[in-house]
Write a protein that binds this ligand. Structure first.
Ligand SMILES: Cc1ncc(COP(=O)(O)O)c(C=O)c1O
Length: 440
């Protein structure tokens, strides 16, 4: 390595080590390797609806390409889409959103890191739910801020109360992340809970704090539940960044269209400039497809079809999991995940003892639920996600899995059968563990 003066120059900046990841993308190569051996993997790891994009959206995107709407466009997002978003947010949240406060991004994910970079200085604290979407935690130390997880409790249906938030707010709090319906628990927040949280934030935080409300699953709700947003609560529009997109509601993860409504035009302009620096602009033909998704009366039917299918699968999977000895699973009210507690399975198979017997360096990278996840994947060919994929801090002794129900019913039935067999296979687990090959 070249040495300049006294200091050593390393290839990568130190901050690179601080960036974590989203494991849902990381286990893809494992799955492919297993499939290459001719084995069929049941994929309950995927965070994307298994439906095609609704036909009318496809047609609009094709039409836009034929119109040669394929060039650079407004870095903030095309006005027609920003207007449609402002209208949708105004009508559904009871606020007065305007197109000049909306910015389009390549998905609902980029605003997470961009907001942390933009609003937080080193040492500022960021509150976020755990379990929660991994990118909230993943970016925090990278931008020099301090992660403050709020642990969602199973006995409170994985929702948050004002009291939970109140106990972690300090004078260094700069951002608060909320996500309902939630990935990975499927928990939704009733309006009273959101009011309670909003009251605490109004009382304890300055106007410079930003609430990041990730509502990317806003349409995917079961049992007739209604979507509520913290931005509708008194005083919240002035401090909330409201985020959503087409990936989940319109089954269009590859379209890479997400958006955020900012509290002020000035803030939106900062993000417009970040877009110029990072992306220049987002494909205009896809933005027009997203506009039609928001505006067309056909959307309702497409979304209802998807929700009904998810709800049937949810019932099948929750009942199936609860009939497996040692598994306890709540019925989620939204999104398309279930989040079973597998503590008893970990005990019954001896996984906790196995974990405790590992050298500290390996223990750091794994957990009992990771060992069960890997056992399921490599020995029973069912792909799931472990608890620590949804926030590592303080998750060592929490034994859960996330299963996605965005997989056809027959595969889900087969997956349940395999999980039931694996949950009884103590000998098989120890054989797998002793090979020492895939412990994380
Ligand atoms: C809670 C949450 N926010 C944001 C995203 C990112 O969505 P997108 O694919 O639009 O970037 C996801 C995707 O899984 C998510 O679950």
């Amino acid at each position: 390595m070249t040495v300049y003066g006294e200091g050593k120059m390393s290839l990568l900046a130190k901050r690179v080590e601080l960036l974590d990841t989203e494991n849902a993308f990381k286990i893809g190569p494992y799955i492919r390797a297993i499939e290459e051996q001719g084995k069929e993997v049941i994929k309950c790891n995927l965070g994307e609806p298994d439906f095609p994009i609704p036909q009318f959206i496809k047609e609009e995107v094709k039409r836009q390409i034929d119109l040669d709407n394929t060039h650079y466009c407004d870095p903030q997002g095309v006005l027609s889409l920003r207007k449609a978003i402002a209208k949708h947010f105004s009508e559904t949240r009871g606020i007065q959103a305007t197109a000049d406060r909306v910015v389009i991004f390549p998905g609902a994910k980029p605003p997470i890191g961009l907001c942390q970079q933009t609003y937080c200085d080193p040492g500022d604290e960021i509150i976020y739910p755990s379990p929660g979407f991994p990118i909230y935690e993943s970016f925090i130390t990278y931008v020099g801020a301090k992660p403050i997880p709020v642990h969602l409790k199973e006995e409170e249906n994985f929702t948050l109360s004002g009291k939970d938030i109140a106990s972690v707010i300090t004078d260094r709090t700069k951002m608060i992340f909320l996500n309902f319906p939630s990935n990975p628990t499927g928990g939704v927040a009733p309006l009273e809970k959101l009011r309670d949280i909003a009251d605490v934030i109004r009382r304890q935080c300055s106007q410079e704090v930003r609430v990041f409300s990730d509502e990317v699953y806003e349409h995917i709700l079961f049992d007739g539940s209604k979507h509520h947003s913290i931005i509708s609560c008194p005083g919240m529009e002035k401090i909330t960044v409201l985020v959503s997109g087409v990936s989940k509601s319109f089954s269009w993860t590859g379209g890479r269209i997400g958006w955020a409504l900012f509290p002020t035009v000035e803030e939106a302009e900062v993000f417009r400039n970040l877009n110029i620096n990072y992306f220049s602009c987002i494909p205009p033909y896809n933005q027009e497809g997203a506009r039609i998704a928001l505006e067309s009366p056909l959307s309702q039917e497409a979304i209802s079809h998807m929700i009904n299918t998810f709800q049937e699968r949810r019932d099948l999977v929750v009942d199936g999991l609860n009939s497996i000895k040692g598994v306890l699973c709540q019925k989620p009210k939204g999104a398309f995940y279930v989040f079973p507690n597998i503590s008893r399975v970990c005990e019954n198979l001896g996984i906790i003892d196995a974990f405790n017997s590992l050298p500290a360096a390996i223990r750091q990278n794994t957990s009992p639920s990771t060992l069960f996840q890997m056992f399921l994947l490599f020995e029973y060919q069912v792909a799931t996600m472990d608890r620590k994929s949804f926030g590592r801090i303080g998750a060592e002794n929490l034994h859960y899995l996330r299963l996605s129900i965005a997989t056809d019913t027959e595969s889900l039935r087969e997956g349940l059968k395999r999980i039931a067999m694996a949950s009884l296979d103590r000998e098989g687990f120890w054989r797998f563990f002793k090979k020492g090959e895939h412990l994380y």
